[in-house]
Design a protein around this ligand. Structure first.
Ligand code: CA
Length: 508
C-alpha cells in the first residue's frame, strides 16, 4: 500500500506540474489513502534553524524541512490568532469575512461554509483536533461541526512554579472570563519539570497515541490537526530548553524605533505583553527584560520543536511517514524587540511572515521555494494534493505546483490586513516591496495614508519611502484595488480600538 500511495502521489505531482488538477484527472487517485498531519504553531516566527537562524535550536522542524519544501515567503492574512486561523481553516481572508477580532466566530459571517477539516470529513477522512486550532477563548469557541470527536483542549496560560500559579488576567481572557481585578501573571517561566507538565507535552503525547492507533487499525485515513501553544506568551518551558540557549548570544534588535515617516498608529503599544507583571505599564522594556523575553521565546520554540519531533518519530516508527502529508504552519510572526515592539498586531514583515513547510510522499525533499503564498492557500493545496474536489469562490489558490517544482510560477503578491480603530491597513507584499494603505472602511482611496518599504535595500523597514516612489505606490495600489473592497467589521469594535488604546487588552 505504501508503494502504491507513493506512486499515486508521484503521478499526481506530474499531473499538477502539467497543470492538470488531481480531482479532474482521477477523482480517486489519492483520496482516502493519504493522511494529513496539520501542525499549527501559535506565534511562531521563522526564528528557526532551517530558516537561517543559527542561534535557534529547532532540530525537529529542521528535520521536517529536510523531507519537504520550505516556503521562504509565506505570509499570514492578519497578524493575530483568530482571523489568521479563520483564513487557514475556511480559505477566506479576514476582509472577506469582515472579522478582524478575536471574539467573533467565523460562522457569523459564513454559517454554512465547509471548513478545511469538514471537507476532509466529506472525503472520507477522520478529522480530529488537539490544542489550539480554531481560536477558543476571548468569547470565541471551537467549531464542533469540523471534527469527528471533541477537541482535545490545551491551555495557553499555564504555570508550574508555585509562585506563578493562581488565576491571572490573561488566563481569564483565554477562558472567556472577566480579567478585571485579577493579578497579572508572569511573562516567562523556567521550571524543572517534564514536557508533559505543560499542555504542549500532553498534546504531543495524545497525538502520538492517535497516530499509533491509526497505524494499528487501518481504515479511514486521518486528518489530524495538532495545535501547539508555544511560543505564544507566556514564554514558559521546562528548564532544559532554556539551558539550550546562551542569552548573551541571542540576537538583539537592530532597529528599536518606529519606521521614519510611518503613521503613528501603524505601530502597536504591545498591550498584550503589558498584561504580564514583568512588563512596564508604558514605555520600553529594559535591557534585562528584553534579554529574558528573547531567551524565553527561543526556549519556548525549542520546547515546541521537541514536541514536533515526537510526532515525526511516531510517523517514522509506524511507517505512516510514507503516506502522510505533513504541514507545519505558524499563525503569524512576532516583533521580538524590532521597532521597539514586543507583539504581533502590525502589518510589518516581522509580524506577517510565517514559517510554512510541507512534506508529502513523492514530493521534492529538502528544497526551498521563494513562491509567495498566503495562509488561505493551504486549503486548496491540501484538497489538490489528496485528490479531493476543489471548492469554488474562496480566496486561496493551490501552491501544489511549488511542491513539485520549487521554481514554478506562483502569486506575484500577498496581502494582509490589520485594523486600527476605524481604519483598516491593507498591506501588499511583492518579492521586492511592502506597501500598506490605511483608510477608514468605505473611505475614498484619496483619503488613504501610505507606507512603502524597499524590502531589498531596507529589509528592516526603517524608512517609509512612499513619497519618493510614486510609480511603485501607484502600481501596488492598483493591484490592491483589484481585490474586493474589505467588509467592515461584522460585530463590535475591530481588534484594536482607538489609537490611544492601541491593542491594550484587546487583540491577542
Ligand atoms: Ca497566534
Amino acid at each position: 500500500m505504501i508503494q502504491r500511495v507513493g506512486r499515486c502521489l508521484a503521478a499526481a505531482i506530474l499531473a499538477i506540474s502539467a497543470g492538470v488538477g488531481l480531482a479532474a484527472d482521477d477523482p480517486t487517485s489519492a483520496a482516502g489513502r493519504v493522511n494529513v498531519l496539520l501542525v499549527c504553531v501559535d506565534d511562531l516566527k521563522p526564528a528557526i534553524g532551517c530558516y537561517g537562524d543559527a542561534l535557534a535550536k529547532t532540530p525537529n522542524i529542521d528535520r521536517l524541512a529536510a523531507r519537504g519544501v520550505r516556503f521562504e515567503r509565506a505570509y499570514c492574512n492578519q497578524a493575530v490568532c483568530s482571523p489568521s486561523r479563520n483564513a487557514l481553516l475556511t480559505g477566506f481572508r479576514p476582509q472577506s469575512l469582515g472579522i478582524y477580532d478575536l471574539a467573533t466566530n467565523f460562522r457569523r459571517a459564513a454559517p454554512t461554509v465547509r471548513t478545511l477539516p469538514q471537507l476532509f470529513r466529506d472525503g472520507g477522512f477522520h478529522a480530529s483536533a488537539l490544542g489550539k486550532i480554531f481560536h477558543v477563548g476571548h468569547g470565541n469557541h471551537d467549531d464542533e461541526a469540523s471534527w469527528d470527536e471533541p477537541l482535545f483542549r490545551g491551555k495557553t496560560v499555564q504555570y508550574q512554579l508555585p509562585e506563578n500559579r493562581g488565576p491571572s488576567r490573561e488566563e481569564a481572557r483565554f477562558e472567556g472570563r472577566s480579567p478585571e481585578k485579577l493579578p497579572r501573571g508572569s511573562a516567562t517561566e523556567s521550571a524543572m519539570v517534564d514536557d508533559e507538565a505543560y499542555d504542549d507535552g500532553r498534546i504531543a503525547a495524545e497525538a502520538v497515541r492517535r497516530i499509533r492507533a491509526a497505524a494499528a487499525t487501518p481504515g479511514k485515513p486521518f486528518f489530524l490537526a495538532v495545535g501547539f501553544l508555544r511560543p505564544h506568551l507566556p514564554f514558559v518551558a521546562p528548564k532544559r530548553y532554556w539551558d539550550l540557549h546562551d542569552p548573551d548570544a541571542l540576537p538583539r534588535p537592530e532597529t528599536t524605533r518606529a519606521p521614519i515617516g510611518a503613521p503613528p498608529y501603524a505601530s502597536s503599544d504591545w498591550g498584550e505583553l503589558r498584561q504580564y507583571k514583568d512588563a512596564p505599564d508604558k514605555g520600553p522594556v529594559d535591557e534585562a527584560l528584553a534579554r529574558r523575553l528573547v531567551h524565553g521565546y527561543y526556549a519556548a520554540a525549542s520546547f515546541m520543536d521537541a514536541q514536533v519531533g515526537k510526532l515525526l518519530d511516531a510517523l517514522d516508527d509506524t511507517g505512516l511517514a510514507e503516506d502522510t502529508i505533513v504541514v507545519l504552519w505558524g499563525d503569524h510572526g512576532w516583533h521580538l524587540g524590532d521597532h521597539g515592539l514586543w507583539c504581533k498586531h502590525t502589518n510589518y514583515e516581522q509580524a506577517t511572515r510565517i514559517p510554512l513547510i510541507v512534506s508529502a510522499p513523492g514530493m521534492r525533499r529538502g528544497e526551498t521555494t521563494a513562491a509567495l503564498v498566503e495562509s488561505v492557500d493551504v486549503l486548496p493545496t491540501l484538497l489538490d494534493l489528496t485528490g479531493l474536489p476543489s471548492v469554488a469562490g474562496r480566496d486561496g489558490q493551490s501552491f501544489a505546483r511549488s511542491l513539485a517544482d520549487p521554481s514554478a510560477p506562483a502569486r506575484d503578491h500577498c496581502i494582509q490586513v490589520y485594523p486600527r480603530g476605524k481604519r483598516l491597513g491593507r498591506a501588499i507584499r511583492t518579492a521586492d516591496l511592502r506597501l500598506c494603505e490605511w483608510r477608514e472602511f468605505g473611505a475614498a482611496p484619496d483619503q488613504a495614508e501610505i507606507e512603502l518599504y524597499d524590502m531589498n535595500h531596507d529589509p528592516g523597514e526603517t524608512r517609509n519611502v512612499a513619497t519618493e516612489r510614486e510609480e511603485d505606490v501607484a502600481r501596488l495600489r492598483a493591484l490592491l484595488a483589484q481585490h474586493p473592497e474589505p467588509r467592515p467589521p461584522l460585530v463590535g469594535p475591530a481588534a484594536d480600538r482607538s489609537p490611544k488604546r492601541v491593542s491594550r487588552g484587546a487583540a491577542r
